[in-house]
Design a protein around this ligand. Structure first.
Ligand code: SAM
Ligand code: MD0
Ligand code: SF4
Length: 372
């Protein structure tokens, strides 16, 4: 059915031509839901992706190396007060072995993620020294770029990670509505979390921001978040649908269907254009991948090797032990959508040129430049 929606068609055209839009237009796009209109939105988003990335998709290996956490985020199964499951903390040897296996399987980056584990976060410099050394060792031993997702870190520790050559800092605000943030990330300072990302950027690291949807946010909240991401500007921007977790205060929340996440991915692609946008296997598993790629995502994240006792974040075990979070399973899905895996070299060139352009942007705006 052809859609004669002049407003939508001209807005998509404007965005495809690199035009900038404000909050009301972003909110309007986020509200689309009928298949004819969302079809136009997804098609425009995939054309923009093709302009910047061709048909190439990047792959991130996910290594959740400690599920201990001192925080009490309302949405997260790993929150401090949840005693209903067994936690683990992998040793440096186990972490290096799992990272090596992931690298051999063909991922382009290793994402080292943890709860705010008191062993690393609660011992002053000693714990953080070990963390930085380990991240550097993973980078050197795999020869791949490394992302660290450790929660909020002091600037001195971010500087140590940058010295170790760690390329990415991931730290998700979840929402940029401060009241909603205060409910979700209980007792965690909004400004401190944002400032850690600014510090990482000024140290020359690339930065990923993330949103949760289905946690009581409004369309205006999501539009604001996308504007914040554009202003920063983020190097990678994700959205994940909230998956209710047993043993948490939000266990009874009715789960949202995945359409909103797809629409947010597409709107992010149109507004943020050359930013990396993940399709996470951690929400709907492998079955949810095709739709996320068709909405404009260009990175498959949460690739996890089986048989290592490793967990996901939103879904502790979905598809992991069945080996469905591996490239063998991901590649056929890409092929169906006319897409291909990038080479490790292509990903590394993207990272290098993005870092150069962030540095020159900072030099132009008088911000501190990357020194290493
Ligand atoms: N502990 C660190 C932190 O919180 O920054 C690192 C873990 S962080 C990568 C975990 C992310 O997974 C959260 O920021 C949130 O976006 C997502 N997440 C956690 N629980 C989730 C859930 N139940 N459903 C969907 N996404 C969730
Ligand atoms: C993912 N479970 O990619 C991971 C995680 C952390 N940097 C990423 C949310 O879906
Ligand atoms: Fe801890 Fe991160 Fe989960 Fe919050 S989201 S409880 S900080 S692991």
């Amino acid at each position: 059915m052809p859609v004669k929606d002049k407003k939508l068609v001209s807005l998509l055209e404007l965005l495809e031509n690199g035009g900038s839009v404000g909050e009301p237009d972003i909110r309007y796009l986020l509200d689309l839901s009928d298949p004819a209109r969302t079809g136009l939105l997804f098609d425009a988003a995939t054309r923009v992706r093709a302009r910047y990335f061709g048909n190439r998709i990047f792959f991130y290996g996910f290594l959740y190396f400690s599920t201990y956490c001192r925080n009490n985020c309302l949405f997260c199964q790993y929150r401090r007060d949840n005693t209903g499951f067994a936690r683990y903390r992998k040793s440096p040897e186990q972490i290096l072995a799992a990272a090596g296996e992931m690298a051999d399987s063909g991922v382009h980056l290793i994402d080292l993620t943890m709860g705010e584990d008191p062993v690393w976060h609660g011992q002053g410099d000693a714990g953080f020294d070990q963390l930085a050394a380990l991240a550097g060792e993973v980078r050197r031993s795999t020869g791949l770029p490394v992302m660290i997702s450790p929660g909020v870190l002091p600037d001195t520790v971010l500087a140590r990670l940058a010295d170790e050559g760690v390329q990415w800092y991931a730290c998700y605000q979840e929402t940029h509505n401060r009241e909603l943030y205060a409910r979700l990330r209980q007792d965690q300072d909004y400004n401190l979390r944002w400032a850690a990302k600014q510090s990482a950027r000024s140290l020359g690291m690339l930065v990923e921001e993330g949103l949760l949807t289905g946690v009581g946010e409004s369309l205006a909240d999501i539009a604001q978040s996308i504007i914040r991401m554009r202003e920063f500007p983020m190097d990678q921007a994700r959205v994940m649908t909230f998956v209710p977790q047993a043993g948490t205060p939000m266990s009874g929340t009715v789960p949202q269907d995945n359409l909103r996440e797809l629409v947010i991915i597409a709107v992010m692609r149109l507004v943020l254009q050359d930013c990396l946008i993940p399709a996470s296997l951690d929400v709907d598993g492998l079955d949810g991948l095709e739709a996320r790629l068709a909405a404009g995502a260009n990175v498959v994240t949460s690739i996890v090797p089986p048989a290592q006792g490793l967990a996901g974040v939103a879904n502790h075990s979905l598809d992991i032990e069945a080996s469905r979070r591996t490239l063998d399973h991901v590649l056929p899905v890409l092929k169906k959508g006319g897409l291909e895996g990038a080479s490790a070299g292509e990903y590394q060139s993207w990272v290098a040129s993005r870092r150069e352009s962030q540095v020159s942007q900072q030099e132009n705006t008088g911000e501190p430049a990357y020194a290493g």
